[in-house]
Design a protein around this ligand. Structure first.
Ligand SMILES: [Zn+2]
Length: 259
């Protein structure tokens, strides 16, 4: 009986929340049952965990590049509640990057072998920042089986009693983890949306949108993304085709940007 009541309450809450949140740029309606403050607190907590676990790179050039691009993209997000910070993580085996709610951005040194210039890194960082702006982690936590457990997990993590499994789930929702990040992070819808938002952000910040194509072509050629049928991730060919279709709409933003 209790369970039925819980499910009914969950369904009512879900109905109330549907359409209340809209993703930036695409305007897609989202079901998000976690408020921004809770989400940002989880982001900060996760950032601390990442920094405790990983080694921050001292490579001056890579750090300068990530900060320079990140700051320019941050400036065009219009998100004033985020406290932006940009980190390079010293790990050549991880071709990865992510942005946590609240604006903590991490780029792994392993990604740089796919990066030829600022414009290509801007494509990746724009994409990752796009996930955070569109609150994709919170959306994931609010969905499906995560819905019921969500409240308890947030409470547990907030008071620092999160068991490793719960903590892992929160981290996973933000796209952190070994085979996550760029490789297996979000749903297909969220991936296409992050691509779209990322293109707009990078172009407004003065980075050439065509670099998104050259980056994804290199990245997918190396087998970094699984075939579409195996995952919730878009197949590289579809992703590249979708980006290519968007570029004519994005180009005016790039041309108008201050470079
Ligand atoms: Zn993504």
């Amino acid at each position: 009986m209790k369970i039925i009541r819980k499910i009914t309450l969950g369904a009512i809450l879900a109905l109330l929340f549907i359409g209340c949140t809209k993703a930036p740029i695409t305007g897609r309606s989202q079901l998000i049952m976690i408020n921004s403050q809770q989400e940002m607190a989880l982001g900060l907590q996760s950032a601390k965990q990442v920094l405790a676990k990983e080694r921050v790179s001292r490579d001056a050039q890579k750090n300068a590049m990530v900060k320079r691009i990140g700051q320019r993209i941050a400036n065009v997000t219009g998100q004033s509640n985020f406290k932006w910070e940009f980190y390079v993580i010293d790990n050549d085996k991880e071709a990865n990057a992510f942005c946590l709610p609240g604006g903590k951005v991490f780029v792994y040194t392993g990604l740089f072998k796919y990066i030829a210039n600022d414009d290509e890194l801007a494509a990746v960082m724009g994409h990752e920042i796009g996930h955070a702006l569109a609150r994709h982690g919170a959306e994931r936590m609010s969905r499906g089986q995560l819905t019921q457990a969500g409240g308890q997990i947030i409470q547990a993590v907030m008071v620092g009693q999160g068991n490793p499994q719960n903590t892992a789930m929160v981290m996973q929702s933000f796209g952190i983890g070994t085979q996550l990040g760029l490789a297996l992070p979000h749903s297909r819808t969220q991936e296409y949306e992050a691509d779209h938002i990322g293109l707009v952000l990078a172009a407004k910040a003065g980075y050439n949108p065509n670099s998104a194509l050259s980056f994804w072509e290199k990245f997918s050629k190396d087998g970094k993304t699984p075939p579409e049928y195996l995952s919730t991730h878009p197949a590289p060919a579809n992703r590249i085709a979708t980006i290519r279709k968007l570029i004519p709409k994005i180009m005016p933003l790039y041309n108008q940007s201050k470079r």
